[in-house]
Design a protein around this ligand. Structure first.
Ligand code: NAD
Ligand code: TYD
Length: 367
């Protein structure tokens, strides 16, 4: 039985992790610590809060006394650290929060774990740090995929802040003997993803007849993984991963952005033709008139420092821990579309405040 502290558990991946974990390990206790930034949504956890083994704490990972009290009072033996500022575009416009949360915040958690765990001889307790493939930088089209020994070369303030936090986690293992693991995962998609990220943004913009902004030529490549597969990878690392080790998690599923946008257009057109009620609910959408949503595609100015390609070599987690994704992109993207179509109140709430402001102030002009 485990007592977990899940930081950032009201965000996209953290929320999915909480439901995955409560569903699989009914004996375990989970405390979520989340500052409820624009990306965190307490309502995500409404179902979890019905479970007596779950507790939500509204607080900041930068608050060391709070973190120490949680570790002590809840007998936490496992930290799963998702909390972060996670959007590359925001890191370009304002890096400061990324430095505070991703670097100083991670260091605060490490200090608390060292004090409450190591100084009390609880050496087997695990600190698992959730990181990203973006720390490895960018690949050319024929380069081999990132392995765990690919040198770090982060290009955005977001990636640099995550790289920094990875180094701190490593240092606390090497220097103090903290039981740590790190996972560097590729792009996630699925339920609860905040609609500033490519896939949910495109889905919602198609429904409201808004342009689909493609940065530059749209031939940038990402390796996409369904969020539950990421969380199964984290589960395997917590169960069998070796202290001090890093594991890459990926779907071996490389897609150019423009091809994903085309796919979402095709699948939504198909959904509208199979379910006539969608045309009533989303009457502004081109799909409501059986028009191909690709007419909404608008190439805009490229992101500064935009990484061209990410690709994960997931051999280590496959060979050492037996990881394979359950979801194909075909099944995962259909599940995701269905979830967004069935959860309009969830994303409507977000559209009414920060998302609308973000759209109004930050979209690039068409080129
Ligand atoms: P998200 O932005 O959806 O959620 C982040 C959560 O962290 C939010 O609930 C937010 O309120 C919380 N948070 C932010 N600052 C905090 C602070 N100072 N104290 C406490 N809570 C705070 O992010 P996500 O997409 O779910 O990503 C989760 C983690 O996974 C991040 O560490 C990210 O770097 C990593 N990751 C994400 C992806 C991806 O594709 N989304 C891929 C690989 C790795
Ligand atoms: P994003 O979902 O922001 O994830 P990340 O930057 O972490 O990979 O973006 C995925 C890709 O889609 C990335 O290459 C940027 C691109 N993109 C667009 O072309 N248009 C958009 O409106 C957004 C949000 C992203």
């Amino acid at each position: 039985m485990k007592n977990l502290l899940v930081t950032g558990g009201a965000g996209f991946i953290g929320t999915n992790f909480v439901y995955y974990w409560l569903g699989k390990y009914s004996e375990d206790h989970i405390v979520v610590l989340d500052a409820l930034t624009y990306a965190g949504n307490k309502d995500n956890l409404t179902e979890a809060e019905k479970n007596p083994k779950f507790e939500f704490v509204h607080g900041n990972i930068l608050d060391q006394p709070l973190v120490e009290a949680l570790l002590e009072n809840h007998n936490i033996d496992t930290i799963v650290h998702f909390a972060a500022e996670s959007h590359v575009d925001r890191s370009i416009h304002g890096p400061d929060e990324f430095i505070n949360t991703n670097i100083v915040g991670t260091h605060t958690l490490l200090k608390a774990a060292k004090k409450i765990w190591l100084d009390a001889g609880k050496e087997s307790h695990r600190f698992h740090h959730i990181s990203t493939d973006e720390v490895y930088g960018t690949l050319g089209s024929n380069d081999p995929a990132f392995t765990e020994s690919t040198p770090y070369a982060p290009n955005s303030p977001y990636a640099a802040s995550k790289a920094s936090s990875d180094h701190l986690v490593r240092a606390y293992h090497e220097t103090y003997g903290l039981n740590t693991t790190i996972s560097n995962c590729s792009n996630n998609y699925g339920p609860f993803q905040f609609p500033e990220k490519l896939i949910p943004l495109v889905i919602i913009n198609i429904l409201f007849n808004k342009s689909l902004p493609i940065y530059g030529d749209g031939r940038q490549i990402r390796d996409w993984l369904y969020v539950d597969d990421h969380n199964r990878g984290v589960d395997l690392i917590l169960e069998k991963g070796v202290s001090g080790q890093t594991y890459n998690i990926g779907g071996t599923n490389e897609w150019a952005n423009i091809d994903i946008v085309h796919l979402i257009c095709d699948l939504l057109l198909e959904q509208f033709s199979n379910d006539k009620s969608l045309a009533e609910r989303f009457s502004a959408s081109p799909a409501a008139q059986a028009t191909d949503p690709k007419i909404l595609i608008t190439h805009v100015k490229d992101r500064l420092g935009h990484d061209r390609r990410y690709a994960i070599n997931a051999q280590k987690i496959k060979n050492d821990l037996g990881f394979l994704p359950d979801e194909s992109f075909e099944t995962g993207i259909r599940k995701t579309l269905t979830w967004f179509l069935n959860h309009q109140p969830w994303w409507n709430n977000l559209l009414s405040d920060s998302y609308k402001k973000w759209i109004a102030t930050n979209y690039s002009e068409p080129i």
